[in-house]
Design a protein around this ligand. Structure first.
Ligand SMILES: *[C@@H]1O[C@H](CO)[C@@H](O)[C@H](O)[C@H]1NC(C)=O
Ligand SMILES: *[C@@H]1O[C@H](CO)[C@@H](O)[C@H](O)[C@H]1NC(C)=O
Ligand SMILES: *[C@@H]1O[C@H](CO)[C@@H](O)[C@H](O)[C@H]1NC(C)=O
Ligand SMILES: *[C@@H]1O[C@H](CO)[C@@H](O)[C@H](O)[C@H]1NC(C)=O
Ligand SMILES: *[C@@H]1O[C@H](CO)[C@@H](O)[C@H](O)[C@H]1NC(C)=O
Length: 475
């Protein structure tokens, strides 16, 4: 028996059970609806911009599952993982094969097995390994090996056989400054990194996917697709998460309950909630955020998906919805209710979010702009072009990422303010987040030879190096 409950966009609620499963009682259903409805009302920004006639099928699983290589000690485990090149995007002409063959240029951050670290790029590599082994494209394999046998008939690959502008898709909303706006569709093409986050799915299909995992690799028709042992390995912790991640944000006695993630399997976190073992993952691309949780001992799966705004408030909200539904299904008294959910995490945690303004910007024009101008290249991540526009401002062109450079008091340290379709990434409320572009190694004429790109406020922990006059996607 498996009982799977899915929530879509916090607007429609799907309660799904297998034929022999326990059916949700009307009482349980209306409680969950009331809880979600209350959050929609008080947060204000939960939008469902499609007409109700289309409301049965939209949704997206923007999961950015990440991986590790457990037994191959010859390869470093902790490789650089940065978002900035993902924002910039890759040319359509670069194949997945070419891209993954360049992954050897991704610098190593620590030696093998020293630390756990997210890495989306490695999931692109896993997709490529599947292509070689399965003798078909990742997109075809997903269709024939997973979607079809699991009857996930509405699931697609974003940017491949469905676009965010399609009628079937929930529209992608993001926060830009103090507004909620529709985002530019171009950035939802994540080629060639689709295996790391381009599964577009529906509540019903995700219910089938969760059921498949809960049943140990058996489809809802009872067809075994994967050895139970393999599913167990995938869902079980293979490594302990990093010390920073080990610190639970929600824990007793500060909060009435504890949610604690401690381990990582193959793209799944191992956690405990109120003493129950929980396996989960969340992921997002810009506006779309989704959250899959399995309470395997009780055959419960909960899927929550939203189409905006994709900022930290979205994750606070989907966590609340999870706690509430889990409490009801576990037979616990919910600690979040319609009376206190809107103020969450208050009164247990009253801290306000930190300002992200960068006080290092100094007014005035950048001296010797010609020292910065030119093309800087990274063998894996392509070209950043620095040039002067008609009014003499230094502008940055890096695929979809465009912007202008601002001055700091540090020599060679400039900060990029993002313009264009990705501007929302760096404009949150009244605050601006900058991308650090530090130029070093001037030649005899003063022209910088190296560009170091970092964006800690966008979640990047590593500094990427781009060099003048090196080759663009060579070989
Ligand atoms: C997230 O975006 C929404 C919509 O613009 C906004 O109301 C909310 O305050 C934002 N949250 C944070 C933490 O900035
Ligand atoms: C948060 O603020 C409320 C109301 O001012 C207060 O009752 C509560 O004790 C505070 N909580 C913490 C953890 O400081
Ligand atoms: C140069 O770029 C800056 C920043 O994007 C912009 O304000 C200015 O209008 C641009 N000048 C021209 C002539 O395009
Ligand atoms: C950040 O900068 C903007 C524009 O200069 C300003 O309006 C805002 O108040 C600043 N925010 C903080 C937290 O300093
Ligand atoms: C920018 O990054 C460089 C390293 O590339 C670092 O040394 C510098 O402190 C950073 N500056 C700011 C203002 O973030």
């Amino acid at each position: 028996m498996s009982t799977v409950l899915t929530l879509l966009c916090l607007c429609s609620l799907t309660l799904w059970t297998t034929a022999d499963g326990k059916v949700f009682t009307p009482e349980l259903t209306s409680k969950i609806e009331a809880f979600v409805d209350n959050l929609i009302q008080c947060r204000g920004w939960w939008v469902c911009p499609w007409p109700s006639s289309k409301a049965t099928r939209p949704g997206l699983e923007g999961s950015d599952w990440r991986t590790k290589v457990p037994d191959d000690r010859s390869r470093p485990l902790r490789l650089f993982n940065t978002n900035v090149p993902q924002y910039a995007g890759f040319p359509d002409t670069l194949t997945r094969k070419e891209f993954t063959s360049q992954l050897r240029y991704l610098p190593m951050a620590t030696s093998p097995r020293d630390a756990w670290s997210y890495n989306n790029w490695m999931y692109a590599l896993a997709g490529r390994v599947a292509e070689v082994m399965g003798k078909a494209s990742w997109e075809e394999l997903l269709q024939t090996r997973i979607y079809q046998p699991l009857q996930m008939t509405d699931s697609r690959v974003l940017g491949h056989d469905v676009q965010v502008t399609d009628n079937k898709m929930a529209l992608p909303y993001v926060q830009l400054g103090n507004d909620l706006v529709l985002s530019d569709s171009s950035m939802y093409r994540i080629w060639p990194e689709e295996p790391a986050g381009a599964v577009a799915s529906t509540a019903d299909d995700m219910a089938r996917w969760m059921s498949f995992n809960l049943q140990g690799g058996v489809t809802s028709q009872g067809v075994p697709l994967l050895d139970k042992k393999i599913i167990q390995d995938i869902l079980s912790p293979q490594i302990i998460v990093s010390p920073a991640f080990l610190k639970p944000k929600i824990k007793r006695p500060q909060f009435p309950a504890t949610f604690n993630s401690f381990g990582y399997g193959f793209g799944w976190f191992s956690a405990s909630y109120r003493g129950y073992q929980v396996t989960w993952h969340s992921g997002g691309i810009y506006s779309y955020i989704s959250y899959v949780t399995l309470i395997r001992d009780l055959n419960i799966g909960i899927y929550i998906s939203t189409n905006g705004p994709g900022n930290s408030s979205s994750s606070v909200t989907y966590n609340e919805v999870f706690y509430y539904i889990a409490d009801l299904l576990l037979g616990e008294e919910p600690w979040l209710t319609t009376a206190n959910a809107c103020q969450f995490p208050r009164p247990w945690n009253n801290a306000t979010s930190q300002a992200s303004n960068n006080s290092v910007i100094v007014p005035g024009t950048i001296e010797n702009p010609q020292f910065y101008e030119g093309d800087y290249n990274n063998k894996l991540f392509g070209d950043i072009k620095i040039s002067r526009n008609g009014s003499g401002e230094l502008v940055v062109d890096y695929g979809r990422l465009t912007g202008m450079l601002r001055k700091t008091s540090g020599s060679g340290v400039l900060m990029m303010e993002v313009f264009g379709p990705m501007r929302f990434l760096t404009r949150r409320g009244d605050d601006t987040i900058y991308i650090n572009m530090t130029f070093t190694d001037p030649d005899r004429r003063g022209r910088y030879q190296e560009l170091h790109v970092s964006a800690p406020d966008l979640g990047d922990t590593d500094i990427l190096l781009y060099e003048r006059n090196s080759k663009y996607w060579e070989e």
